[in-house]
Design a protein around this ligand. Structure first.
Ligand code: TEU
Length: 549
């Protein structure tokens, strides 16, 4: 068993975590300030979203120097302090590596754009004519570069130019920069949209947006195996790939140990259950049966293929889980705990995104001026130009904008929730005084203590790591029930996803006469179930260890 299979990873969005300097944006020493808290919480790894030098057009996912810290986050010396202080507390740092694209301010792009025969020209992807491929942030994926009269490819913002991975010099540069960070003592990498790096030889016209040509592209496994040999082999690293619009077969290949590619993969299928007809920018409720089906299929499929899932509800690109799949009003606390239990009892490595552990909600910003995210602002402009009414745009943005998760971490009752001493770069939700770490630290029945218990359970209960996932009550429209089975023992996990009580009847083999039951965690004062018929209260959830006689 790999140690990271028993680990929990905490995601820090440094811009919104804590400002040591007291500025409008967070910094690396601000993360150092909170390491004792993270150690208390019990997490094993910290994934920090990019803090390398960047014009910050996409909050650091547009890197202009892979060997320098962005001055807004501090210095290289601060970074060394962070790595050292985290390691001293048994916490390793995962660096976010963004190598599908660079900022157009990167020296390579500056060189490349200067002339057709510049040695860096081939670091990027140029064509005389654009095709119909779409940028994931709206509009065309091609931008015209007047000086040399060609278009360059950008799957994201036009300031994020895609690197040409078929050029061996590009790959050599990428592995070199990863070795630099590896040798500095980071414990692993999170690889941004890494399944998009291999583009096809021909840029065909497409009847959709082109993604089927470059998603899990022709040489992607070959390049990841090369990265493994060049960077990972012989080192104790955890590497997670962010996989955009991927599929199960590829994720098994990316993450099974025999492939020698990555440790695990993120995919987003379960987070599209509120995208009607795959449309993100429409307000919509989530489809619960689809959510269960997708998560179950990935549990079963990854287990069968020997792959490994990264488990998550939240990250810096997604709305807050409690607002999305739970209840942000009277049932906020129980529903946040239910979501946590449902996820943490699955097979895979759980990720906690800053603020999730205290049940932070979407901020519900009403005005477009309160939003900062490049994707949100692009979409607003494009939709308005296409004639969509302001109110309809805003209803979708309020629900779906990436800024929902990017508001400052809520630490305490001080001004700006203890995040900074000046007005932060983005507003805080109004409920910040109610929902914060300080309140919950002192309250053993809080969401925070529930997370701490779940994180500890990962290490205590081997069944959470290797128990076989079996779904129960597959068609139940409100309850997600599953087992994690081992030899002669199992865990039973029940989760009511709705705010009304409901009764379920478990199959006969699950609860048998005289079996021993040990309650591991619950979000109400609950006793282990004595019979097969169980009444679940609003958002009730628990996990129980069962040993038949
Ligand atoms: O995101 C990749 C990605 O495709 C999405 O999660 C994206 O935000 C979503 O499709 C938009 O609707 C990664 C990073 O996590 C994100 O923050 C970056 O903006 C993006 O790559 C580009 O580097």
């Amino acid at each position: 068993m790999h140690d990271w299979q028993r680990s929990v990873i905490y995601q820090v969005y440094p811009k919104s975590f804590h400002s040591h300097a007291g500025n409008a944006t967070g910094d690396l020493l601000g993360v150092v300030d909170k390491l004792d808290y993270l150690q208390w919480l019990g997490v094993d790894y910290l994934w920090l979203t990019p803090f390398l030098r960047s014009p910050q057009r996409d909050n650091g996912y547009d890197i202009s120097d892979y060997y320098a810290i962005d001055p807004s986050y501090g210095s290289m010396a601060d970074c060394d302090v962070l790595i050292r202080e985290a390691n001293a507390r048994g916490i390793k740092l995962m660096l976010d590596i963004v190598v599908n694209h660079t900022s157009i301010e990167h020296e390579w792009f500056q060189q490349a754009r200067s002339s057709l025969d510049n040695p860096y020209r081939d670091f990027y992807i140029w064509r005389d004519q654009p095709n119909n491929w779409a940028s994931k942030f709206g509009g065309s994926a091609w931008e015209y570069e007047a000086q040399t009269g060609q278009y360059y490819l950008h799957l994201f913002d036009h300031t994020q130019a895609d690197l040409n991975w078929d050029n061996p010099k590009v790959r050599a540069e990428v592995y070199a920069l990863m070795r630099y960070w590896r040798d500095k003592g980071v414990g692993g990498f999170r690889l941004d949209v890494i399944n998009l790096i291999s583009k096809p030889a021909h840029f065909a016209q497409d009847d959709t947006d082109g993604r089927r040509f470059y998603t899990d592209g022709p040489n992607v496994h070959h390049y990841l195996q090369e990265m493994h040999r060049e960077v990972f082999a012989g080192h104790d690293l955890v590497n997670v790939g962010e996989m955009s619009s991927t599929c199960l077969e590829h994720c098994v290949r990316y993450s099974r140990p025999e492939s020698e590619e990555l440790s695990m993969t993120f995919n987003f299928h379960h987070l599209k259950v509120d995208y009607p007809d795959m449309q993100k920018w429409v307000r919509a409720d989530f489809d619960f049966l689809a959510l269960k089906r997708i998560l179950s299929d990935w549990q079963v499929g990854m287990q069968a293929g020997g792959g490994w899932n990264a488990l998550f509800w939240c990250n810096h690109d997604q709305p807050r889980a409690v607002s999305r799949f739970g209840h942000s009003g009277e049932f906020r606390v129980v529903s946040a705990k239910m979501l946590a239990t449902a996820l943490h009892c699955l097979q895979g490595t759980p990720y906690v995104f800053q603020g999730e552990e205290i049940g932070m909600t979407n901020p519900g910003f009403e005005r477009i001026e309160q939003y900062r995210d490049v994707e949100t602002l692009n979409i607003y402009r494009i939709q308005r130009e296409a004639g969509v009414a302001h109110d309809d745009c805003m209803a979708a943005i309020r629900q779906k904008s990436r800024d929902n998760s990017r508001t400052p971490m809520q630490w305490n009752h001080q001004p700006h929730a203890g995040f900074s001493s000046v007005e932060p770069w983005i507003d805080l939700p109004e409920n910040a005084t109610l929902i914060n770490v300080q309140n919950q630290m002192n309250d053993p029945s809080s969401v925070l203590h529930h997370y701490r218990r779940l994180i500890a359970l990962r290490r205590e209960e081997p069944l959470l790591v290797h128990g076989e996932y079996r779904e129960l009550l597959v068609d139940h429209p409100r309850v997600w029930a599953y087992l994690r089975q081992g030899e002669g023992e199992s865990l039973l996990v029940l989760n009511n996803f709705y705010g009304t009580a409901c009764e379920v009847e478990l199959p006969e083999h699950v609860i048998t006469q005289g079996m021993t039951q040990r309650l591991l965690i619950s979000n109400y004062d609950a006793h282990p179930p004595r019979t097969r018929r169980i009444c679940l209260r609003p958002y009730e959830s628990f996990a129980v260890h069962l040993t038949p006689l």
